[in-house]
Write a protein of this length. Sequence first.
Length: 419
Amino acid sequence: MYDLVIVGAGPYGLSVAAHAAAHGIRLRTFGRPMESWHAMPSAMFLKSEPWASHLSDPRGVYGLDAYAATQGVRAEHGVPLPVGFFAAYGDWFARQAVPGLDERLITRVAAAADGFEVTAEDGEAFRARTVALAVGVLPFMEVPEPLRGLPRRHVTHSSHHGELDGFAGKDVTVIGAGQAALETAAILTEQGAAVRILARSGRLDWNTLPPALDRGAWQSLRAPHTGLGCGWQNRLYADTPGLFRRLPAATRERVFDSALGPAGAWWLRERFAAVGDVRLGQRVTAAKVTSDDRLRLEVVGPDGTGVLETDHVIAATGFVPSLDRADVLAPELRGALRRVGAGGAPEVGALFESSRPGLFLAGLLTAPSYGPSMRFVFGAGYTAGRLVKGVRQRLRATGRGAGRVGRPRSGEERVAAAR
């Protein structure tokens, strides 16, 4: 019986594991470290600043800058880093701070009399008093309704793709106006595809070059730097997720739907200029496969309804934190959880505990409760320590595991315990 099982080994899962291990909690972490990051196209870069892209450990010694130093690289403000470098950083973080990582995937989490039963992909089952679900964003990918159910040879989500070199000479339609859509379109164009962007938005927004970190007291006061961008509104989202959780549900839902909307990184704009066909204010209303195995799209826009044919559609349309998409949770457990908002996200209380005592949530699923920062790596820093505090309180409340949740352990003690 484990005190804590963590499902997921991305930035949130690894950060929670590092904090739990430091407190001596008997835990097991499941998942392939940084799997979705390793799968991204090598030509992609981090949108966030290096100083806002740390995974979290209690002592703060395993940040991105520390890993960069081991590689002889400077993680500099205003200099984008390749996503592959960030994925390698996550692997390094796991080796330093997360003992006993089990790379099997978890297929089922079910409620049990004394906690939870967790089943791995090979059928082996484990018991845990508490569970932290940190499954990242992939289970929650969103594809426009008219495109759902079409063959994958014709329609994919942007997160389905690693390298994009299989589309040379093809006609590809990318749907979306955010970083994923714009960067995917740029890479496809560079690799010889004929690309068009189709977006509901009436314009493309671009982030500006970030100002220097040291820029004087007045400018810093007017628009302070935050891990989510400059400005006081972003400062509130970045620094006070706990206050965000106290807002009325309708206000939280409105902010979640509108804050930090789709925009391209400043460094992508020049590359994106090569994408010649950009159609804004348009959306797909119907789609079908033609007799010559292409995709026929019906599109409505400012000038009415039109039709276009394409070889492939990549939907870079983001992720929706709906509890219905968290298939790893057994149906009876998922169905018993309280929800918030029209999207059906789980209600998350203080210290990231769901309405089912002992089931904790991290990452995108908590964004409707804790705010926009939970959609980004940056939110892991706020989440990890607080979630583990919640786990420790839950273990003490049940009178179990109390002897194993005392003082934080040193790095040497954690290494010894993992042997």
